[in-house]
Write a protein that binds this ligand. Structure first.
Ligand code: M6R
Length: 357
């Protein structure tokens, strides 16, 4: 039930801090550390490469997960769009582990790959929100998102739950390989939950920004570098699916290789700047688009901000920034859709779970 909320999407955005705390609680062991089923840890440890398979928002979560697992655990990871995997199958490593990320656990494109890799005899883990779902039943192992039912077609809390569970997978895998990750993930996820709460309280500002940047525009661009780029892909998907604004996420450095030709007077360009090592270069990209007439909206992180920024995010660990930088983008999409009189929870042409290939 959506209770006093006008839409499920807004309710689900607001549930994100709670979901974080639930995930911490579900994955915390009696010593206060994080743990997952030992069989799953063994499967990850035995693998020489992880292949993440997913679609849409879950694919975007996979891109962030790749970074977490590679950086923290040192295991090579590839991320593939499920509908493409059949034709563009990479040369597989000797001991692959397939990880299916799916909110619903029912996505037919992902299931087709699962069937294929099971036939080839490879182990598979499903990360899903729905216990007993097809992908969960057919894989060898399951990790649950514990996000509660997600009703709105636009995925929000499942994305951040996927990121949290992937961070836990990365941390546990690092530990099992004797690697020191250098921070306390339980504590850092707690900080994320608090930061999410603060962001959920910033709805008025987000409504205002959406009104200013997105009410009349035909298109919008999201730019970021490093992990911010992946969050930009997600921000653009959210905006296009519910507001029908043509939106694309780009890597900041790619703009000059083509996309910058699309910038016109007033084109909204939403830039994420949460990473210290690319802060200067993404700001350079903002200057380039602004010089061509774009209307830049910079979302930065405290400590990296400048006077020109539109919104400043609270600080979280640099490996976990996507968990909070996505929230303003979810809210911008929500308010843009609302201002444009769109059916927020049930956008045209879309179904919650895509059960046909
Ligand atoms: O249930 P799944 O996570 O497998 O669904 C994958 C996509 O269909 C889904 O994420 C879709 O892109 C969402 N509508 C995005 O908000």
């Amino acid at each position: 039930e959506k209770g006093t909320y006008p839409h499920y999407m807004l309710k689900e955005i607001d549930e994100q801090p709670l979901v974080m705390r639930k995930i911490i609680q579900k994955y915390q062991d009696k010593n206060g550390g994080l743990s997952i089923d030992s069989e799953i840890v063994e499967a990850i440890t035995a693998a020489d490469r992880v292949y993440i398979i997913a679609a849409g928002t879950s694919y975007h979560a996979g891109l962030v997960g790749k970074q977490m697992i590679e950086k923290l655990a040192g295991i090579p990871v590839e991320v593939h769009i499920s509908s493409e995997f059949g034709y563009n199958m990479p040369i597989l490593s000797e001991k692959p582990l397939f990880v299916f990320i799916s909110q619903s656990g029912e996505t037919a494109d992902s299931r087709a790959v699962l069937v294929q890799v099971k036939e080839m005899g490879y182990p598979a883990l499903t990360i899903t929100n729905v216990p007993g779902s097809t992908l969960s039943r057919e894989a060898d192992y399951t990790l649950l998102l514990h996000a509660g039912p997600e009703i709105a077609v636009a995925s929000t809390k499942a994305y951040t739950a996927q990121l949290a569970v992937l961070a836990i997978v990365a941390e546990v895998s690092a530990k099992s390989r004797g690697r020191e990750i250098g921070f306390d993930l339980v504590q850092e996820l707690g900080i994320v939950a608090n930061a999410m709460e603060a962001l959920c309280d910033s709805k008025e500002i987000m409504e205002h920004i959406a009104r200013e940047f997105l009410t009349v525009t035909r298109n919008a661009f999201f730019i970021g570098r490093a992990v911010d780029y992946y969050v930009c892909l997600e921000g653009a998907l959210k905006l296009k699916e519910i507001s029908y604004i043509q939106a694309e996420g780009f890597a900041g450095g790619e703009l000059k290789h083509g996309t910058i030709a699309l910038i016109e007077e007033g084109t909204p360009v939403i830039a994420l700047a949460t990473q210290e090592n690319v802060n200067l270069s993404i700001r350079g990209n903002v200057k380039e688009v602004a010089a061509r007439g774009a209307n830049p909206c910079i979302i930065s992180m405290k400590g990296l901000e400048t006077d020109e920024d539109t919104f400043v995010l609270p600080v979280v660990h640099e490996q976990l920034t996507p968990l909070i930088s996505v929230i303003p983008l979810q809210l911008l999409a929500y308010y843009a859709a609302l201002h444009r009189d769109c059916d927020v929870d049930k956008p045209r042409n879309l179904a919650k779970s895509v059960t046909v290939e």
